[in-house]
Write a protein that binds this ligand. Structure first.
Ligand SMILES: [Zn+2]
Length: 243
């Protein structure tokens, strides 16, 4: 792995913590499960913070949220299974403009079932598009999937997702913009990485309109990771959720 990619990886171990902090094993169940993440190492203390993700999105505050400004191009390059998720690396050059800042799309990955919920509803699959600006601020665009027809973008990413510890190229590349719904209305809140080190200060944007993937596609992702990979819901505390 190139040094730059490794450094970026430390910013959002939403997925690849096994490579970034090999000394601290965590998982989704048992002694190293979510209830104990904050105790596993001082590095993970934020997991006990007050502004954690995921949350149940409800009790919305009406706001004039700016239309999403996405400038994405084909850039999906490689898909890897790190045992926590299946993650697709993205080539530089695709951006989200938000709050006067430019966030580069770095990678996207999947949770089965969804981590966030919308008005108490869970979805079988949630995609996280992870962006970082030049100061290392993070913005995650989240996308819910419901079960339905085969998703053609997922189908063009892989015939089968890689096994744990394996990676494979995405060829030809795809533009993840093609996976997003027609309607880009979203909810917004402040949260954290949903995996250790659970760093806070992450801008979360959750698209209101779900898209579809087939039962077989969702099942293939779950089987590839080998277990559910959703962190339990976290308290909203003093935060507001905008719509
Ligand atoms: Zn995630």
């Amino acid at each position: 792995m190139k040094r730059t990619a490794f450094a970026i990886g430390t910013l959002f171990a939403c997925a690849n913590a096994w490579a970034v902090t090999p000394g601290t094993h965590w998982d989704y169940s048992g002694d190293v499960g979510p209830e104990n993440w904050a105790k596993l190492t001082p590095e993970f203390h934020s997991c006990a913070g007050q502004n954690q993700s995921p949350v149940n999105l409800d009790g919305f505050i009406e706001a004039e949220l700016a239309p999403l400004e996405l400038d994405y191009r084909a850039g999906a390059s490689e898909v890897a299974n790190n045992g926590h998720t299946v993650q697709v690396a993205y080539e530089p050059g695709s951006t989200l403009s938000l709050d006067g800042k430019t966030f580069q799309l770095i990678q996207f990955h999947f949770h089965m079932p969804s981590e966030n919920q919308i008005k108490g509803q869970s979805y079988p699959l949630e995609g996280h598009l992870v962006h970082a600006d030049e100061s290392g601020n993070l913005a995650v665009l989240a996308l819910m999937f419901k079960e339905g027809e085969r998703n053609t973008v997922l189908a063009s990413l892989w015939n089968a997702p890689p096994a744990v510890g394996k990676k494979q190229p995405v060829s030809p590349s795809i533009n993840v913009r093609d996976m997003l719904p027609a309607e880009l209305d979203y909810y917004r809140f402040n949260g954290s990485l949903t995996t250790p080190p659970c760093s806070e200060g992450v801008r979360w944007l959750v698209l209101k309109q779900p898209i579809v993937a087939s039962h077989a596609q969702i099942e293939a992702l779950t089987q590839a990771v080998g277990h559910a990979n959703n962190r339990p819901l976290q308290p909203v505390n003093a935060r507001i959720i905008l719509q």
